[in-house]
Every structure is written in structure tokens, then in C-alpha cells.
Design a protein around this ligand. Structure first.
Ligand code: ZN
Length: 340
């Protein structure tokens, strides 16, 4: 029997055929570690855990990579606003490095509580600054960059099929633009390297051929996925919110550098809704796994609840459904342990 997986690049179910004999590459975009993960984030990692187990069940050896974004992810996708790590640091009164360490450990503990398999490789953005600088330098050599007063940008107009993953209508975006473009040439252009603000010491900044600063968010995934899985591997995953910007930009970077769309299959986990809205950290009020544990919910009851909805459908969270999942899980365990 063949394994078929839905691919967001082709927008259809496709038979899964590994690109290599010996291993299957699976890259999952990881957390930005400036705060705890909320249970909506964790739903995406649960989907990825099930996917990995499915691949292994089908006899594949999976090389599974999760990155830790510990630098340079700005609060706004428009490449402005504050650095999330610096913001988290100020809020907690601890250094950005300590914040990253603390929330990375908390994230790994959540995955364990939910019985997820640890990835083959964890990789941190701050451990791969040189790889990111090399990647940007190649994009620059190919003529796809321009520099403004605040950073080095990718010129999306140079790529004919930019945004294909999201089926972006670039002309429509250009025509309907209401946001302030600043020095960017096109609304879809994005930062590859951001300069540190003048007369201000950032906690996380590095020297580069373009000036002192820090990498844009998207470049770390292109650089680390290409390093650990090669520039053309099997499956790239993330949350549905990554399709339009983050993953479209990863693909643009790889097409420029390596002529590939990075992964053969693009798969996305859908949101958890709460009170008919997306659960989000920026709203400040979100549910952590610990919140459920404090209410005497077994973390595996949350895993059980997530398994009751298809990963490609939005799921509504409510406490009644979670308690029902806990009861059902308890019955399942009783039955299992009563087996002769
Ligand atoms: Zn990513």
C-alpha cells in the first residue's frame, strides 16, 4: 500500500516517494523562544509527531530537524517593530540569552509531556550565524538583494513565481497596499539581515559583510534545513500561518541559492481556535500546557483530543471536550490493562 500525503505546493494528495534510499528528511519550523508555547502551537508539533511516526511505521528512517529561533524574529511580519527576544528579555528582566535558554527548556519539556519523539537534530539560529551570512552572500552574488538604511532585503520582484506556495497575487498586493513601505521596494520584499540601531547596543548582534546586526527570521530555516537535510529534501512542516510569508520566503531564498523549492512536500498544521478566534501569544492571554495540568488534566488527554480532529482542519478548544477526552483516555487505559 502506498503512503499518500497532502502537499500544499501542489494542493493535492500525492504519493510519498522518498528522495533517497537511506533516510527521509523532515524539517519542522520550531518556536521563537521568548515566551512559553501555547497549546495551539503544540497542536502543530503533535501533527508533526504523528507524521514522523507514520513515516517510521512505513519503514522509513527519518532525519527529523526542529529549529529554535532564539534571535532576530521581529514582532511584525513587515520586518519592523521590536525584536521578540529583546522584548521578552525586558519584560522578564533577564538577558535575551537567559530567556532563550529558559523557554527552550520549557518547550522541550512540553514535547516530552505530550509523548512526542525528540527530533534527530535540534538546531539554534544563534549557533548558525556563519551559515546564514554565507547564504545571504550567495543571494547577493546572484543579484537578488538591495540595501536600505536598516538592512539587506530580498527583492521578490526578481522571482517570477514568488509566493506560489500561497498562490499569492502579487499585482493585487501591490495595488491594494496600504501599509507603509518605508524603503522597501515592494510589499513582499523581506529582510535578510537587519542592522543594529545606531547608537544602541543590542544583546544579540554580530558582524557581517554588510554591517553589525542580526539575521532576518526566514534565512535561518533555509540555512539550517539545507545544512542538515541538504537543499532538496522530503517534507517541510509548519503552522498554517507560515504559508503566506515565512515558507514563501524560505522557498524564494532556496530557489535563488540552489534552484530548489527546498522540500518536495509542504505540509501544514491548522490552528486551534478558542472563542472563535486564533489562540495567539500576542494577545497576552493564552493557554499553556501547564494551565491544563493545573486543572488536573493529563497532558495525554490533550494529545487524545487533538487526534480527534484532522490536522488540516481548524479545531475548537473547549474544556468540556477536553474533559470528555480525559474520560475516554481513562477508559482506553482501563481496557488495555484489563487485557489478559
Ligand atoms: Zn521556519
Amino acid at each position: 500500500m502506498h503512503l499518500c500525503l497532502y502537499d500544499n505546493w501542489e494542493r493535492q494528495l500525492r504519493q510519498f516517494t522518498p528522495l533517497r534510499q537511506d533516510w527521509v528528511g523532515l524539517y519542522c519550523c520550531g518556536p521563537t523562544v521568548y515566551d512559553y508555547a501555547h497549546i495551539g502551537n503544540l497542536r502543530t508539533y503533535l501533527f508533526e509527531d504523528i507524521l514522523r511516526r507514520t513515516l517510521e511505521f512505513n519503514g522509513h528512517q527519518v532525519r527529523h530537524v526542529i529549529n529554535i529561533t532564539d534571535v532576530g524574529h521581529l514582532v511584525s511580519d513587515a520586518d519592523d517593530g521590536e525584536d521578540k527576544m529583546e522584548k521578552g528579555s525586558r519584560k522578564a528582566g533577564e538577558s535575551a540569552w537567559d530567556i532563550a535558554e529558559k523557554f527552550t527548556s520549557a518547550f522541550k519539556a512540553d514535547l516530552l509531556s505530550l509523548n512526542m519523539l525528540p527530533p534527530t537534530i535540534w538546531c539554534k539560529a544563534t549557533d548558525h550565524i556563519a551559515e546564514q551570512i554565507d547564504f545571504i552572500a550567495t543571494i547577493e552574488q546572484k543579484g537578488y538583494t538591495y540595501t536600505t538604511s536598516d538592512g539587506v532585503y530580498f527583492d521578490t520582484s526578481k522571482q517570477n513565481d514568488y509566493g506560489y506556495l500561497a498562490r499569492l497575487n502579487r499585482d493585487g498586493i501591490e495595488a491594494g497596499i496600504r501599509v507603509e513601505l518605508g524603503e522597501k521596494k515592494h510589499p513582499t520584499d523581506f529582510a535578510l539581515w537587519k542592522f543594529s540601531p545606531a547608537n544602541e547596543q543590542c544583546q544579540m548582534e554580530w558582524d557581517s559583510p554588510w554591517g553589525r546586526g542580526f539575521p532576518g527570521w526566514h534565512i535561518e530555516c533555509s540555512a539550517m534545513a539545507s545544512k542538515y537535510l541538504e537543499p532538496w529534501f522530503d517534507i517541510h512542516c509548519g503552522g498554517e500561518d507560515h504559508i503566506a510569508i515565512h515558507h514563501s520566503n524560505e522557498i524564494a531564498q532556496n530557489q535563488t541559492c540552489h534552484g530548489t523549492r527546498l522540500a518536495n512536500h509542504w505540509m501544514h498544521g491548522y490552528f486551534l481556535q478558542i472563542d472563535a478566534g486564533k489562540m495567539s501569544k500576542s494577545s497576552g492571554d493564552f493557554l499553556r500546557l501547564q494551565t491544563l495540568i493545573d486543572q488536573e488534566i493529563d497532558p495525554l488527554a490533550y494529545r487524545f483530543l487533538c487526534l480527534s480532529a484532522h490536522y488540516r482542519s481548524q479545531m475548537n478548544f473547549n474544556w468540556d471536550a477536553l474533559e470528555a477526552a480525559q474520560t475516554a483516555l481513562g477508559r482506553l487505559r482501563e481496557t488495555y490493562f484489563a487485557l489478559p
